[in-house]
Structures are given as C-alpha cells and as structure tokens.
Write a protein that binds this ligand. Structure first.
Ligand code: ADP
Ligand code: MG
Length: 339
C-alpha cells in the first residue's frame, strides 16, 4: 500500500462542487506538487488532507491508517501557508516551540528540538526576534520550522513562496527541497507557477476545475501532455488544429497537434538538416519578447500564428517585425493531443 492513498474524494461548498471523485497515491519521501490555475481547488484539496476542511465523501489513508475522520491535530501533518500565520506576540523561538508545548514535551526536549530546526532553516541569531522584525523570507522559514518541529508524517505547503520576491523565492525553494530530501519527508506543495512545479517536484498533479488531469513526472508532463489544457498550461505549446495540420504537414488526424516553440527552427543558409525535419515554410515575424537567454518570436504562417524560440546569441541581431523567414519543423516533436 502507498504511504498516502486518497479514494473518491468529493467536496462541495453549497451547490459549488470543488472537486469530485478525486483519487491518487503518494509514496514515502515523494515531493508532489498540486499545480493548476487559481480557483481549481488546490487549497481546498490540501486543507481536506490536513483536516481543516471536511469532505463530503471519500477516504484518506496515511501509513495504512484511515484518517478521514481524524481531527487535524491527530493527523500528524505539518502545514505552511502563504500568509505565514505566525503569532505576532511571540518570538521566533516561542512560535516554533508552541506545537511542542501543546504536546506537553518537557522543557529540555523543547529547547533541543527548537534549536535543531532553527539550525535546519538557517535562523540562528534570530531566536529572540518577533515576526515584525523579520523579512518575508525569514518569516516563512519560521513557519517552516514550526511545521517541521513536530516531525510530521506529511508536510503540506500552500503557495509558501508566492508572497516573496524572485531572489528569496529561488533560495527558499532550494532550501525546502534540500530539507525535504534530507528528512525523506513526504510533501505536498501547492503552486500555480509551472516553472516552480517543474523545478521542485518528483511528480506534478496538474489540476483543472477540480480534477487531476495528469499525474506524472515533470518531464512526462512537459514532453507528453495528456490533453490541450496541459499543453497550453505547461510549456507555451503551439496548438495547430487538425485541418491546418493536414495542409502544413500532411498529417491526417482528428486531434489538435502540439509543437513546442523550441522544436521549430529558422532555416539558416548553407546548413544541412537531418531526417525528420519538414520542408521549409515561409513566415513573417509579427512580434517578439525577450526572455533573457531566449527570444520568443510570434510568426505568422499560413493564417496561423506560432511562437518560435531562438537562443539569444549576442552576435545575432533581433529580427524586426515584418522580416521574412523560413521555418522548419521537427516532425518527431509534433504530437497529437486530445481536446
Ligand atoms: P485554488 O487554491 O486552486 O486557487 P481553492 O481551493 O481556494 O482554489 O478554491 C476552489 C473553489 O472553492 C473556488 O471556486 C472557491 O471559490 C471555492 N471555495 C474555497 N473555499 C471556500 C469556502 N470556504 N467557502 C465557499 N467556497 C469556497
Ligand atoms: Mg489556493
């Protein structure tokens, strides 16, 4: 049996069904991310696992124990929220010790455990500080320490990085992953940021409108999207409808075809192209975005607009709007996707 098993979970708020008949399994030590657009039910699902939301039907099992009706305190789960939710009138130490005091641990043990997690999250020297004296990143590390100190069976994180600026976010992202690996801690992380999900996760559960659309490794989800929603959410796929696919590539399909911007090339004079590369198609540049190391061009070709990524090599000048070019498609990378 898996470490976590959820069967047929259904949750409604009044007549709004947030999710229906959801099921999944998670193995011990796995880092799973719930990814999906805002409002798709990620937080409600996470809170249901924590016991902060009731569910209307279904069962949740952890380590072979049915916890569906357990109170949050009895589930052995640690949770971190986007908003930190620290006690403002308690020091860092006090915030972290709180859960252990509730468990009636003795003073020496509390001191030892608090010291251990303070070191783990790099907060040495901040023990006597109050939350208002800390930066956002430090507050979130206190929240993380508070969740870790009780040695939870599962760690749940609901968009813990969303309120932080980009640099802190990247640092804390790595720190969470390192700690999680070191402790072999089964973790469910929520985000609406696909890059964050790709970087951090062993597996991603991609959700839309209360359903898990695809549960797979980041690589699988990126390379083999289960349907159009996944393709458009994950990697800026170009979606080419079936009639146009027939005209452009002579591919007979009822499905929409998906091709990633990095699988389309601009033809260079004198260069030889191998097998699996299409005939050239004339196109016109109609816009671009500079993404740092990559330039993403919008190119019009046969009444359809495609995104094409080119490496931003300084020696090459930007192609201006109206420039004509020839596109080549890596035919091996074109894949049909379900609606
Ligand atoms: P996400 O975390 O993916 O953004 P949520 O789980 O917060 O989505 O919300 C999913 C749906 O459930 C939304 O339609 C939201 O309005 C609804 N919802 C969430 N919490 C409550 C609540 N306490 N009462 C009523 N509706 C809620
Ligand atoms: Mg949410």
């Amino acid at each position: 049996m898996s470490y976590v098993t959820a069967n047929n979970l259904t949750k409604c708020f009044g007549d709004n069904t947030v999710f229906e008949d959801i099921g999944f399994t998670i193995e011990q030590g796995e880092f799973v991310t719930l990814l999906g657009p805002s409002g798709c039910g990620k937080s409600t699902l996470l809170r249901s696992i924590a016991g902060l939301n009731s569910i209307d039907s279904g069962e949740i099992w952890v380590q072979g124990e049915n916890i569906t009706r357990h109170s949050p305190q009895k589930r052995g789960i640690g949770m971190v929220f986007q908003s930190y939710a620290l006690f403002p009138n308690m020091t860092v130490e006090g915030n972290i010790a709180f859960g252990l005091k509730m468990k009636k641990l003795c003073g020496d043990e509390i001191k030892r455990e608090v010291k251990r997690v303070i070191e783990l999250v790099d907060l040495e020297g901040k023990e006597k500080h109050y939350p208002h004296q800390l930066s956002g990143g430090q507050r979130q590390r206190v929240a993380l320490a508070r969740a870790l100190v009780v040695k939870p069976r599962i760690l749940l994180l609901d968009e813990p990085l969303s309120a932080l600026d980009a640099k802190i976010r990247k640092h804390l992202r790595q720190q969470i992953r390192d700690i999680q690996k070191e402790m072999n801690l089964t973790t469910i992380f929520v985000t609406h940021d696909q890059e964050e999900a790709m970087i951090m996760s062993d597996r991603i559960f991609l959700m839309n409108r209360g359903k898990i659309i695809q549960a797979d490794t980041p690589e699988e989800i990126y390379l083999h999207p289960a349907n159009e929603f996944v393709a458009s959410f994950m990697g800026h796929y170009n979606l080419i409808e079936s009639q146009l696919a027939k005209r452009l590539f002579n591919i007979d399909t009822q499905c929409t075809l998906a091709i990633r911007p990095e699988s389309i090339y601009v033809k260079e004079q004198g260069r030889k192209y191998g097998q699996g590369i299409s005939a050239p198609y004339g196109g016109t540049i109609i816009g671009h975005q500079l993404l740092g190391n990559v330039i993403r061009y919008q190119v019009r070709i046969a009444q359809c607009e495609l995104e094409v990524d080119l490496l931003n090599r300084t020696s090459e000048r930007l192609l201006t709007n109206g420039s004509q070019l020839e596109l080549l498609f890596n035919l091996n990378e074109i894949q049909p996707v379900r609606a």
